[in-house]
Design a binder for this molecule. Structure first.
Ligand SMILES: Nc1nc2c(ncn2[C@@H]2O[C@H](COP(=O)(O)OP(=O)(O)OP(=O)(O)O)[C@@H](O)[C@H]2O)c(=O)[nH]1
Length: 562
């Protein structure tokens, strides 16, 4: 984050600096150009003065010289630093006077010499086809370093007659105008070759550069590396084509990065370069507090976001996850979960609670139904489908339970075997349906005779078994008699409308021990005895009473089957 913010800050600074340097270049350009232009205009006026032109065409004429010098003196006060010069081509006379009017009595200071290196500027200028040169040069004769505004004085035929102009005090100009004193901003002016013309460090200025050969100049090469210099040269070519435009490039000077803004000054044929030291002007370290505040705010925001996320999203989801696992193990039944959740997560939690409750309700319903079905199935497995009485399995269980209880409580259980007499005949004569109806009728007879706590079962075929709780001989006897009586009174109607009477034989016994086989065997033996004795009667195990056998076959009422 720190790196990203720093990069961002760096980019902002660079962008800002580029705009700033462009404005600064225009400002510097105008600041330097205005005073220079003023001097140039004045110098041009001087150079085109008819008095001067007349004199320079006849430089030996004393009257014309006198008038010419008066003209020069007139201009002296107008110039910025109160001085003027005039160099005459024909005789090499060099006239000069300064603000102090030091040479008011003798303006002719010396005679220029073609062979003198310090006078080379003059002869060089005469040989060039130019009208203006701004020459920054120490004058060895006068002992001053000035920025000379040299204007060519031409005769009506265009022939160079001399050079007139003024000198601007370099140190003053540099201090007042070139050197803004602003920290981190440096302005310098160079010519086409990159030779430095104006710079606050005078030692870097390339004095009288236009008189030098290529390679002799003190140019940008002394400040910049070859790569930066080549790049700036390219930019110089570009801005020369578009004089109102400013361009900027990064350059390195003494290992430091500067932003250089460039503009072309067509009036003086120079380039203005403004160097901006970004580290000094707007060090990145100034952003550190902002960056720190930004980073801390970001961290805080992340922290708060995490806390909120944790409390409102992560925590509820983890509770939900636990509940899902508990639900899978059947330990959660849709009770409200203790979570702080709203929005989507809250809705998810509510949906889950509701879904769980519904699943549990459905499961409970299902379990209830299964329990009911199982019970019904059990019932079915213990019940005879035709008569609804207990079947053999059901009765077996009951006898077992009751016999144990009887043995425990020293009571007797009455077991009564019933077998329909000549049932086969009912089937054969009246059909199987009539046989079934007969069996159902018997079951009704048994139910009507028995007490609430006694049990009756269809043992199989036409055999029934009755179990009587707390039985004793007399009671056993009376029940047997009652059974016989009731069944005899029944009339069964067949499908064909025939009325059928029935009888059955009974074998009964009293059981005291928990031995069902033994008891059933005794009852069965008694039944056998009843059948043997002629049917339609009962026999009780151990009962000595003799019942006369009566053989009655099932017959239609009022018919004589046997
Ligand atoms: N309709 C009908 N007949 C059955 C059913 N189960 C057995 N039977 C018939 O019942 C008859 C039983 O006959 P038995 O008890 O052997 O002989 P019985 O004719 O009753 O003669 P006794 O018992 O000696 O009086 C057989 O004909 C079986 O086919 C049933 O569920 N419905």
């Amino acid at each position: 984050v720190w790196l990203a913010v720093q990069t961002l800050a760096d980019r902002i600074i660079t962008e800002w600096a580029q705009r700033y340097v462009e404005k600064q270049v225009l400002y510097d350009k105008e600041r330097v150009l205005q005073p220079l232009l003023r001097e140039i205009v004045l110098a041009r006026q001087l150079a085109s003065s008819p008095i001067l032109l007349e004199w320079l065409q006849s430089p030996g004429d004393i009257v014309l010289e006198y008038r010419g010098l008066r003209e020069l003196e007139r201009y002296r006060d107008a110039f910025r630093n109160g001085n003027y010069f005039l160099a005459v081509a024909e005789n090499g006379h060099y006239y000069y006077n300064n603000a102090e009017n030091e040479f008011g009595a003798d303006q002719l200071r010396y005679i220029l010499n073609r062979r003198e290196p310090s006078d080379r500027w003059f002869y060089e200028f005469l040989s060039q086809n130019r009208d203006l040169i701004i020459n920054v040069n120490p004058d060895v004769h006068l002992g001053v370093t000035k920025m000379w505004i040299d204007i060519m004085v031409r005769g009506p035929d265009g022939r160079p007659l001399g050079v007139a102009g003024t000198g601007i005090n370099l140190s003053g100009f540099l201090n007042d105008i070139v050197d803004t004193g602003e920290e981190g901003i440096t302005s310098l002016f160079v010519n086409h070759e990159g030779a430095i013309q104006l710079y606050r460090d005078q030692s870097m200025i390339d004095f009288a550069s236009y008189t030098k050969d290529a390679g002799e100049s003190s140019d940008l090469g002394r400040m910049l590396g070859a790569r930066d210099q080549a790049r700036l040269k390219l930019v110089m070519e570009q801005v020369q084509k578009t004089p109102n435009e400013v361009m900027s490039r990064f350059v390195e000077i003494d290992g430091k990065r500067y932003l250089a803004g460039l503009a072309y000054l067509p009036d003086v044929d120079w380039y203005e370069i403004t160097l901006m030291d970004l580290d000094q002007l707007l060090p990145l370290s100034r952003f550190n507090t902002i960056l720190l505040v930004f980073a801390v705010s970001l961290l805080l925001a992340i922290l708060i976001f995490q806390l909120v996320l944790g409390r409102w999203v992560v925590e509820p989801l983890s509770v939900l996850d636990k509940a899902i696992r508990a639900f899978r193990h059947g330990e959660y039944r849709g009770e409200p979960l203790d979570v702080h959740a709203s929005g989507e997560v809250g809705r998810l939690v509510n949906e889950f609670e509701q879904m769980t409750r519904e699943v549990y309700e459905a499961r409970a319903n299902l379990e209830e139904k299964v329990r009911e079905r199982t019970e019904a199935l059990n019932q079915l497995s213990l019940t005879d489908a035709l008569t609804g009485l207990l079947n053999r399995r059901g009765m077996d269980q009951k006898i077992m339970e009751e016999l144990k209880r009887c043995e425990r409580e020293h009571r007797a259980l009455g077991l009564v075997w019933i077998d329909l007499d000549y049932f086969k005949d009912i089937n054969d004569i009246y059909g199987h349906g009539a046989g079934d109806d007969a069996l159902v009728l018997v079951s009704k007879v048994l139910r009507s005779v028995l007490r609430e706590y006694d049990s009756a079962a269809r043992w199989g075929g036409d055999e029934f078994l009755i179990m009587l709780r707390d039985a004793e001989p007399q009671m056993l006897k009376s029940i047997c008699e009652r059974l016989l009586r009731v069944v005899r009174a029944q009339v069964l109607e067949s499908a064909s409308g025939a009325k059928i009477c029935m009888t059955f034989s009974i074998g009964a016994c009293l059981a005291h021990r928990a031995d069902p086989e033994e008891a059933l065997h005794r009852a069965d033996a008694a039944l056998y005895a009843a059948k043997e004795a002629g049917r339609n009667r009962y026999r009780i195990d151990g009962d000595s009473a003799n019942h006369p056998p009566t053989r009655i076959r099932p017959r239609p009422v009022d018919s004589d089957l046997h």
